[in-house]
Design a protein around this ligand. Structure first.
Ligand SMILES: [Zn+2]
Length: 183
């Protein structure tokens, strides 16, 4: 079998590809078509790509007045963005529309891609979008949301959870929006 050692397969943080999540055998590197060297379990005879979750988070903007929706969840004190996990086979756009509808009752009229960042504590790739709603007429937060409030962009920046991924996404979006308006 054509296998290669894994020491050149280090990820950004230096972590190794590790062990098969099905049988526990140490993985080896094996070439796969155009993918290059990929972790492979010789016992299962299967390639084992890294496992992680994919989630979407949304800066929900009311087109009518430019306000941004922040929420509090699970008894926590800080305002965050609406977010949720992406289902297997679901595309990100559908996940954005579904999560906003489920959590807030509102219909998203358009979506704009913002940023992505890997979030180690939940082993998730967080994909952030701006989700525009035409107005807040359908606004009806579900049981997952303890508290919610519409903020002006600068109020949102001040009130969102400090040192959080949500703040990073919101700041990136607001900075770009400001830059576009100055052009
Ligand atoms: Zn295996």
């Amino acid at each position: 079998m054509n296998t290669a050692p894994l020491d050149f397969m280090e990820e950004g943080d230096g972590k190794m590809a590790g062990y098969c999540h099905v049988c526990g055998t140490e993985l080896v590197g094996k070439p796969l078509d155009d993918e290059g060297i990929v972790p492979f379990c010789t016992k299962c005879n299967q390639y084992r790509f890294p496992l992680y979750n994919v989630a979407v988070s949304m800066i929900v903007v009311n087109r009518k007045n430019g306000k941004i929706l922040l929420i509090k969840q699970y008894g926590k004190p800080d305002y965050i963005l609406v977010a949720g996990y992406v289902n297997r086979t679901e595309n990100l756009e559908s996940a954005v529309r579904r999560e906003v509808k489920e959590e807030t009752g509102m219909i998203v009229s358009s979506i704009r891609f913002n940023r992505t960042r890997f979030f180690e504590p939940s082993n998730s790739l967080m994909c952030n979008f701006t989700a525009f709603v035409d107005d807040d007429s359908g606004f009806d937060p579900n049981w997952e949301i303890d508290e919610s409030k519409w903020f002006s962009p600068e109020e949102a920046r001040k009130n969102i959870k400090p040192n959080s991924l949500a703040l990073y996404f919101l700041s990136s979006y607001l900075d770009e929006t400001d830059a576009e308006q100055e052009e």
